[in-house]
Design a protein around this ligand. Sequence first.
Ligand code: ADP
Ligand code: MG
Length: 571
Amino acid sequence: VTASGGMEELSGAQLIAEALRAQNVEYMFGVVGIPITEVAVAAQAAGIKYIGMRNEQAACYAASAIGYLTGRPGVCLVVSGPGFLHTLGGMANATVNCWPLIVIGGSSDRNQETMGAFQEFPQVEAARLYNKLSVRPSSLEVIPAVIEKAVRTSIYGRPGSCYIDIPGDFVNLQVNKSSVKYVECCPPPPISTAEHSAVSEAASIIAHAKQPLLIIGKGASYSRAENNIRKFVDLSGLPFLPTPMAKGVVPDNHPNCVAAARSMALLHADVIILLGARLNWILHFGLPPRFRQDVKVIQIDICAEEMGNNVRPAAMLLGDINAITKQVIDLEVYTFLFPLYSLHVSVLHLNLNSFIFKDLALQKSLPMNYYTVFHHIRELIPKDCILVSEGANTMDIGRTMLPNYHPRQRLDAGTFGTMGVGLGFAIAAALVAKDRTPEKRVICIEGDSAFGFSGMEVETICRYNLPILIIVVNNNGIYTGLDAGSWKEMLQYGDPVTSVPPVSLLPNARYEEIMSAFGGKGYFVNTPEELQNAVKASLADKRAPSLINVMIDPQSERKKQEFPWLTRSNL
Ligand code: ADP
Ligand code: MG
């Protein structure tokens, strides 16, 4: 019996937690403080897994990766003002990547608005630019409806981030359970197929193509279309190219994967079938010199507004990728085209030679270069591991040298090119793996600079005992660095502030000691043998987090590209 005479009462914090749980929210990441500590406590009590992070930005990246990996949004819970502001990067990154996310920000009490309250900031207005929905519930009673709407908005249509602002005084306010408007769990998004005439139009374009190319984007991996896309590739014999995070939708070692001849494949295609990828910078806008002027694009996307960006498509198939791929398969017009395509595929494969980095990879001299490092890592890591990667050269070279065999097992800086996402993504991936596929290991390969953005999340990893293997490919800097000798010499010329190159970081920094400081295993390696031993030891220990700090040549750069316009970092 409660004070209100038998009616069951709930605090605002409990109401938020129960409403989230009712929408099947499984994971919440945050940094507690005034006024949202109680919300985190209530969430945990309601059965939501709460992961306390060290910085709101990393918490937000982690929550967004949950959305991509599970199709249901993760929640990022933060305090008002600065805590909220630290999530802007995460919200923008999620929305730009088309990933669902819910951010819940505490804010100042309603009766102190505009008075200069503690951490007061126009949060709802500020969040609007980064989110599909930015809302402050007007009463406790409507919170479940607002939370359902945010979850629904985050996953329906083109996925993205949603923001809910919670006035501080709501958290401990009591409400009668009977006056609350409860809303049932929102179902997964409705599936729509493309118009029939558009599908037959596309089929006829494909049937007349001489050098067609399928481009698989992360929309395809998000929509879990792997089985149908695999079937389509096998039936049609079409060559395909995955974008970075679509690697593994069809395994990288599939004979029709022409990633190794990427530039050639793009340049020669007369018809492009674009499955859940945007013609943005990652795909060179679909324009010359990387594409033919007269290339015909068959665009498949869930977002009508995306159709026609940069290139007017020859056919527009609006709807869900998985459903549309099945529609296309069901037309059954492809099998006779198989021999034609396979000839085209083998011509593309002839270009593989230009791609093989063997010389660099097998170089014996020390310090190692990027290719040697990835060569030795590739030999040892399990085929089903989840790869998280960021850093300029580390990410780019790692992408070409480390294959993916399963969908949604590569997470990187993405469409927004965000550095600092790695540890948050790795934590999210490790939690999802632990709950769903405990045999899968998370391997997070970071440049030394990228690692620095959220290095303190190593404490989070150790606190929750997540068996993540972090490999820091350390070149003493951003793009390039100085070796210890040159560093010492340079310091003789005066004040470091005026002489240290902006790209430089401290030479031979012992990043592995951050891991050992929190009880994980740290390895400092200089040679291929040490690297192999450290990777083996880390993988053998199925429970402990570890960090391998791999020293490479501070001047090690990527292989020279064939064409001058290939030198941009997106290649
Ligand atoms: P990439 O970075 O791999 O090139 P993008 O993020 O640019 O991929 O593009 C992904 C595209 O997929 C977006 O335009 C998005 O609207 C679309 N998309 C997301 N989910 C679906 C879905 N279920 N069905 C169809 N398209 C989708
Ligand atoms: Mg570096």
